[in-house]
Design a binder for this molecule. Sequence first.
Ligand code: B12
Length: 310
Amino acid sequence: MSQNTAQVNLKKLKPYGDIMNDGTVQLCFTLPVEPSPEAREAAIQLCEKMGYDQIKVATMEKAANGFSLFVIYGNLKHTVDFTQIHVVKVDAQKRSREEIDELIKTRIGRKLVVIGACTGFDAHTVGIDAIMNMKGFAGDYGLERYQWLDARNLGAQVLNDELLKRAVAENADAVLVSKVVTQHNIHMRDMKDLMNRARQMGLMERMIFVSGGPRVTHPLALECGFDAGFGVGTRPSDVASYIVEEFLRRRDLALLDEGAGTAPAAATVSVPAPVKRSKLAKSPIKKAASRLVGKSRIAKRPKTRASSKR
Ligand code: B12
């Protein structure tokens, strides 16, 4: 890429091929007809309708009887205003495993207990394993590898009720839920059910609830009552970064609330808007603080198996 990114017009952003603003895109799709001049023309017309011009059919191949596969280059006419894009996303600074361990050691002083499972009838363990198991995912070690996390993976097909009972029994700081199957929106039903139960059990302030899966997004997780959601390509360190930051954020807010101005200045200015679970509070800081009034559970927390294990 020899092009200078200074030439990018963020107000009219379009794909880059080999000349800035050429809008060049490679498309690949299958049409349920045999390869033929008519099939080629149909593919071109579809691309025109999608908003491409200068369409070049690079490949038209028989994919199976009655199917043709196309690889096509075209220049997209449309643009988007990048400066107007606002995304609801997980609010946490990405840190390395070493940095996270150090932060927990120095700021919290005990291991954080993290419990995870793939819930309901969902039997897909690979996602939660990728996040929790020692070996991790894509060269990023899993939570079990963190010295200052006590990560417990309950596996798949764990019922919501069972997961919450275990979370209470093990004094969990964070609960991780994997949802892979999304047929008939079963993932959302299960996620909402879990959070309703957690609310009834009074666990919302005590634990950080995180969900993940290929079709899970952060806004969807918020909609289901979770604190955060992670999708495709999530690395264990993304999750650990969020957990430690959210834990400290809640504690700092609780300390702020109790200390009435005696907390360090950094805690007041660096608190980003907490991830929303309800729309009740007026200001994000007040909202999170109000959830935590009188609940400095970190200070009062009894010694857990995890902390005594160290
Ligand atoms: C392997 C597999 C299976 C294996 C699972 C083995 C196992 N031990 O996990 C078996 C054969 C058992 C299986 C069964 C079924 N499967 Co299946 N399976 C797959 C497959 C091929 C790969 C899934 C996978 O392992 N991905 C790799 C992991 C690493 O990716 P991931 O889950 O997305 O995880 C990442 C992120 O999403 C995120 N993440 C995931 N969980 C969490 C949790 C937290 C807390 C966080 C922070 C992040 C996070 O981080 C991970 C790493 O980045 C997919 C198709 C595909 N290519 O995706 C179908 C797929 C998921 N299966 C599917 C289906 C339909 C089924 C069955 C219902 C089939 C059937 N009719 O019997 C059954 C369901 C059984 C059941 N009760 O759940 C569908 C789901 C469709 C849908 N959207 O609902 C898929 C998409 C296939 C398809 N295209 O139809 N399956």
